[in-house]
Design a protein around this ligand. Structure first.
Ligand SMILES: *Cc1c(COP(=O)(O)O)cnc(C)c1O
Length: 369
């Protein structure tokens, strides 16, 4: 591991391989693996991650929006890409770039068929999304008939898969609710299959579903957070390796007297003689203002330094009164030892949010391995 001399997100592709293999070890050999690389691969680098996963023979990728799929195609990714939440304005582009839409409502189904017909497609692969309890996106159980008759009326598209999404797969207290979701999904797929003369793939599980509901893996699973090293539980976190380390450096050290204040709005007041360090990372880089005023912290020479005062756009100030350190020393915001999930907890949020918040301004670097 190199010592940071500026703010950098260091990505360990070896850890990605480890997480991929670990998650795959939970699956039956025939179960396909879809890797979710939306939101810049959870704040890391979608292109580098997708290229690596393509080399590892992952079966599918998924992004949220069409634009994210286009960026992957531009970078030379050739494997199938599911677009989880496309808007009809992008359907032409989606077809031009061989991206496969999730169709989640009558409106988008009708619109997509129209565009596919105009573009003279036959059997263009689409994925029908059902709502089984998350109540976010998806057709309802009683929409099956109208979907099937729509699909039978056209040669332009074919339902390659039908899928749904679990609302609380990481929460063992919601076992009963999740079981009901699984059963609803089974019922929907049975009805669907009985009305068409082919077998669409079925998929339901995200990372925590893969871990907690092995009986519900069906034909494919969709993993995001697990690939990036977080398992939504203390036990699973031990089996996974965070792929990203966010590091920075001490720009300047100040010695301040009692009652002097630090930062905007004079939000922090020194209780005595104190030492502070200024670090070149701020809310524009993804360390939100929520981490300010003592909630969040960074690690300097193995010790916790709390963020004092308000987080600025480009900087934070931390209290280093008890830490032996110098200007130019490395600062860890999170890494495989000081996990992003812990820092997230300090602000009452989750690993997903802190990872995806890391902005495009932060340099990405890759560990050679
Ligand atoms: C983001 C997403 C996933 C991945 O979930 P993780 O908890 O990160 O594994 C899977 N399926 C859908 C529909 C998603 O939106």
């Amino acid at each position: 591991m190199s010592k940071a001399q500026e703010t950098v997100l260091e990505i360990d592709l070896g850890a990605l391989t480890h997480n991929f293999n670990y998650l795959k070890s939970k699956l039956q050999p025939k179960t396909k693996f879809l890797a979710v690389v939306k939101a810049f691969a959870y704040g890391s680098d979608a292109i580098a991650i997708a290229k690596h996963l393509q080399k590892l023979n992952v079966d599918y990728l998924a992004v949220a929006y069409t634009k994210e799929g286009v960026a992957l195609r531009d970078a030379g990714i050739t494997i199938p890409i599911l677009v989880l939440h496309p808007q009809s304005i992008n359907f032409e582009t989606l077809i031009d770039r061989c991206l496969e839409p999730s169709l989640y409502s009558k409106h988008v189904l009708n619109e997509f068929i129209k565009v596919a017909e105009v573009k003279s497609q036959t059997d263009y692969p689409v994925h029908i999304k059902f709502n089984t309890g998350l109540n976010r996106l998806g057709f309802w159980k009683n929409d099956v008939d109208s979907i099937v008759s729509k699909l039978k009326d056209t040669d332009a598209v074919i339902a390659k898969s039908i899928f749904s999404h679990l609302a609380a797969s990481e929460d063992v207290n919601e076992l009963e609710f999740t079981t009901t979701q699984i059963e609803t999904f089974k019922t929907i797929s049975k009805v669907f299959e009985s009305k068409v003369d082919y077998k669409p793939w079925l998929h339901l599980c995200n990372t925590s579903g893969v871990i907690n509901y092995t009986e519900a893996h069906f034909d494919m699973v969709r993993c995001g957070i697990g690939l990036y090293g977080f398992g939504n539980s203390v036990k699973e976190d031990e089996n996974l390796k965070p792929i990203a380390s966010l590091k920075s450096v001490i720009s300047q050290i100040h010695n301040i007297e009692k009652n002097e204040t630090v930062g905007y709005n004079r939000a922090y007041k020194a209780k005595g003689f104190e030492k502070t360090a200024t670090i070149p990372i701020g809310h524009a880089d993804g360390v939100g203002r929520i981490y300010g005023n003592g909630k969040g912290f960074v690690i300097i020479n193995g010790k916790k330094a709390p963020i004092i005062g308000n987080v600025c756009m480009d900087m934070i100030m931390v209290n280093i009164s008890d830490i032996d350190c110098r200007e130019g020393d490395e600062v860890i915001i999170f890494n495989s030892a000081y996990k992003a999930s812990n820092l997230a907890e300090s602000a009452n949020t989750i690993s997903y949010e802190i990872l995806t918040a890391i902005s495009q301004r932060v340099k990405r670097s890759f560990l050679s391995y």
